[in-house]
Design a protein around this ligand. Structure first.
Ligand code: SF4
Ligand code: SF4
Length: 336
């Protein structure tokens, strides 16, 4: 089993992290089967969030008796110090524990700092002093926020989308984490479902010794794929390199990478997901991703006020409002 040391935290985690967002979609009993199998097979890093409905409760339900053998990272989207304290108490209660190993700010539009007026960083530091959290992390979809967090020296871990579709700037972010001894947690290692070859994704990640991927898993079948990679790690053979190259070629041009640099949208549109629906419909089985939540988010596309913010901030030069309109048209056709 390959381990990753998460920067200055010293956490040594199996390089097969468990992303606990998708277990929201299954029952408590199903979640327990999946989580216990993951634990029994050596997975020891579990990433959840206050915002993932009952994901924290399911983790507490399934793994509280082995709490000391695992690492738990959760997230808060609190906007004030008081709200962070409340969120943390809720998380601790749901997780049935008295501490989380990493508390991450959940995709804030800025990099929280002491003295910024929100009280967020101070509240997290206080929780650390009290022993309620081990380390302070941040998750983000905006690379400039992630870069600032790494450079600030304030964060023990950074969580950011990273897959074999990533560009040079993301690779520089990983290098920056290594230089600053900041742990790097990779979300969307399958690019939110656009990548369907788990072996290729695994082999690509293996090249980055400081990167801990968290694979979103909602069934034992999906889990088994990653456990098979863990048992017999695929290497970057010519065949897998060809898969990666094919995907990179296919997913070029007018393709939304889901990076989120265009956020926030004043109309509340979830651009990174909504602008990729057409591709998802072509590349993945709808029953695997087309949740009620995603459908609700798609329904916001017509609310676009054409302010142009997304187009002006997309590093890939996409005409994002038009892309959203095209995706909306494809989606409507599919739903008929
Ligand atoms: S142009 Fe539309 S989708 Fe883009 S940021 Fe403005 S409101 Fe949101
Ligand atoms: S539209 Fe551009 S900036 Fe927004 S998520 Fe897609 S690739 Fe990123």
């Amino acid at each position: 089993m390959t381990e990753v040391v998460l920067g200055r935290t010293g956490i040594r985690a199996n390089k097969n992290g468990f992303g606990a967002l998708p277990i929201q979609r299954v029952s408590f009993d199903e979640a327990r089967v999946i989580l216990r199998k993951a634990y029994d097979c050596g997975i020891n890093f579990f990433d959840t969030a206050r915002a993932y409905s009952d994901s924290e409760e399911k983790l507490g339900f399934a793994l509280s008796d082995v709490r000391d053998q695992i690492y738990i990272a959760t997230k808060t989207a609190a906007q004030t110090g008081d709200d962070l304290r409340k969120d943390l108490e809720t998380s601790l209660g749901h997780l049935k524990t008295d501490r989380v190993d990493i508390l991450q700010f959940h995709n804030p539009s800025f990099c929280p700092r002491p003295g910024d007026g929100t009280g967020l960083y101070e509240a997290a530091a206080e929780a650390k002093t009290q022993g309620k959290i081990g380390f302070i992390g941040i998750t983000n979809h905006r690379i400039h926020v992630a870069e600032e967090a790494v450079g600030s020296g304030l964060y023990d871990t950074v969580q950011f989308p990273f897959s074999y579709l990533a560009g040079d700037r993301e690779r520089s972010l990983i290098k920056g984490c290594q230089e600053k001894n900041v742990g790097f947690i990779a979300m969307k290692a399958l690019s939110g479902g656009l990548i369907s070859n788990g072996a290729a994704a695994w082999a690509f990640m293996a090249q980055y010794e400081n990167v801990l991927p968290i694979w979103g898993v909602q069934s034992t079948v999906e889990l088994d794929e990653f456990l098979a990679c863990q048992a017999d790690p695929p290497s970057l053979t010519e065949q897998l390199c060809a898969v990666i190259e094919k995907d990179r070629t296919e997913l070029t041009g007018e393709f939304c990478r889901g990076c989120g640099y265009c956020l926030p949208c004043p109309a509340g549109i979830d651009i990174p997901n909504s602008a990729r629906m057409s591709l998802m419909l072509r590349r993945a089985r709808p029953q695997d991703y087309l949740t009620e939540d995603w459908k609700e988010k798609m329904g916001r596309i017509p609310d676009c006020i054409h302010c142009g913010h997304c187009r002006d901030h997309c590093p890939y030069g996409l005409d994002t409002p038009r892309l959203l309109a095209d995706n909306w048209a494809d989606y409507q056709k599919f739903m008929k």
